[in-house]
Design a protein around this ligand. Structure first.
Ligand SMILES: [Zn+2]
Ligand SMILES: [Zn+2]
Length: 238
């Protein structure tokens, strides 16, 4: 089903995910809720505004984990303001940022943040680069990262593969699969199958498959193997 009006919300009892925004080259921002815990996925530009409005300061201060799929600006553009806001509001509990190994953007933002605010950071930041895609627990959820295929343009005619992950999030028998930005790949096919919700990008702007984003047709094919799916990251036509 094609749903492109943001925010998108999926909810089963006390497990929910809200996609505030997912527009290629502009911004992504996702809030995952499991019981009383809140998690952030891909904090692009605008995430602080959206979270502040959605869950308020106290809940923002208690967030323990951020999950980043890759370092493109439309997925990490809000990290600086989030880290700074949490410092200004005197966060005390630790914050862990999960990201794919080799994602230089997250490490650079973190290093700059530490340099600028070296004497006044009120909370511990753990950087967890994901090398092996083994499952792990974060609070009350289980997280299963998986590698996906995503590229970026370097200069005319040249591209490079960027470190990129998708994540499956499991809570009380339900699974949400979020592929991040990805071309059609077996890992995504396997992780989306039978998921209660699959969040799939359809970021390619025509129907010729490539190794950067999925076409609408590819995304729909994968989506149909899940119980429900959202198509996101669809280029907006002007
Ligand atoms: Zn993107
Ligand atoms: Zn990207």
């Amino acid at each position: 089903m094609t749903e492109r009006k943001y925010p998108l919300l999926w909810k089963k009892k006390d497990f929910s995910i809200k996609i505030f925004c997912s527009i290629p080259n502009i911004a992504t921002g996702i809030l995952l809720k499991a019981g009383n815990s809140n998690f952030i996925i891909d904090p692009g530009d605008g995430i602080l505004r959206d979270l502040n409005k959605e869950i308020g300061v106290e809940n923002l201060l208690s967030i323990s984990d951020i999950f980043v799929t890759h370092g493109h600006h439309d997925h990490v553009g809000g990290v600086w303001s989030l880290l700074t806001y949490l410092r200004v509001m005197q966060k005390k509990s630790p914050l862990t940022i999960h990201y794919p190994e080799g994602c230089v953007e997250i490490e650079s933002i973190y290093n700059a943040f530490k340099k600028v605010y070296s004497k006044s950071i009120t909370y511990k930041i753990n950087l967890k680069s994901i090398k092996k895609t083994n499952g792990f627990s974060s609070g009350n959820i289980t997280v299963k990262p998986f590698p996906v295929i995503h590229k970026e343009f370097l200069y005319i005619g040249k591209t490079r593969q960027v470190p990129a992950l998708g994540y499956n999030f499991l809570y009380e028998g339900k699974t949400i699969c979020y592929g991040g930005d990805t071309a059609y790949c077996d890992e995504l096919v396997n992780h989306a199958r039978n998921a209660d919700l699959a969040i799939l990008e359809a970021g390619h702007d025509d129907e010729t498959p490539n190794d950067m984003h999925m076409t609408m047709k590819e995304a729909v094919t994968i989506g149909k193997s899940a119980k429900k799916y959202f198509l996101v990251h669809v280029p907006e036509k002007i």
